[in-house]
Every structure is written in structure tokens, then in C-alpha cells.
Design a protein around this ligand. Structure first.
Ligand SMILES: [Zn+2]
Length: 133
């Protein structure tokens, strides 16, 4: 599953005010070469999460933004749980959460929502996106 990793980084860029991300930026952020990043961004566009603008990069559409927010929300709620339960540092929690956030099933996702729905920021201080369904 390559998309969740990319979508999260694209969303992080979007949060920082970078609406279009190119293969060079993505390659550096994810730690892959430019060609691999280019292919992944093309695939994201063909999956319906956004558009690839020639010579510029990928931009999320509404569908992509929504899915990215759902992922980021899961990721950051999971960080809250990991820090609180296992006492890991926010940085370690982020790394651990990144490995499993996209794989969480419905019941754990729901339990996380119930436990942490009052939280507005994750342990690193980033905003936990609200998702309207
Ligand atoms: Zn994180």
C-alpha cells in the first residue's frame, strides 16, 4: 500500500501551505528516487485523489483531501494512544503510528474516536483534522 504514505505527506505539505507537490519534493520527503515518486503521484491521480499538473506536480482534489484528512486523523489519534499508553516520545510514536495507521480496522478506529475525540492537537502539536462525513 503505497498511497497512504504519500497522501499523508501531501497533506502535511498542504498544511504547510504547499498545495502542489512535485516528484523531487516527494522523493526527498519519502526517501525514494524521483522516478519512483513520479510514478506514485501519477498513480494517485489515476486513483481519483487529485490531478497531476504537467511539469508542476500533484494537487489534491476534494476526494483526496477528505481521504487524507481521515488518514491523518487516524494517525494523530493513534499517536495520542501510543504516547499515553506506552510512554513513547512524540517522535517515536509518530514513527510507530506511521507503520500501522492505514491498517486500523473499524473497531479500533471507533474506539480511538471515542477516547480522543476531544483532542485538537497530536502529541507533536499538529492539528488533528476534523472530518465531516
Ligand atoms: Zn505523526
Amino acid at each position: 500500500m503505497v498511497e497512504p504514505k504519500y497522501l499523508k505527506e501531501i497533506y502535511r505539505a498542504y498544511e504547510k501551505g504547499i498545495p502542489i507537490v512535485g516528484p523531487t519534493y516527494m522523493g526527498k520527503t519519502i526517501g525514494v528516487n524521483k522516478a519512483t515518486a513520479y510514478q506514485a503521484l501519477q498513480k494517485l491521480a489515476s486513483t481519483g485523489y487529485g490531478m497531476y499538473l504537467k511539469n508542476k506536480g500533484f494537487v489534491l482534489n476534494e476526494n483526496g483531501k477528505k481521504y487524507a484528512k481521515i488518514l491523518m486523523r487516524k494517525h494523530r489519534l493513534l499517536e495520542c494512544l501510543i504516547v499515553e499508553t506506552f510512554g513513547l516520545s512524540p517522535c517515536e510514536a509518530c514513527r510507530e503510528a506511521s507503520n500501522i495507521d492505514a491498517l486500523l480496522g473499524e473497531k479500533i478506529s471507533k474506539a480511538l474516536e471515542e477516547k480522543y475525540n476531544h483532542r485538537r492537537v497530536c502529541p507533536c502539536g499538529n492539528e488533528i483534522p476534523e472530518v465531516k462525513i
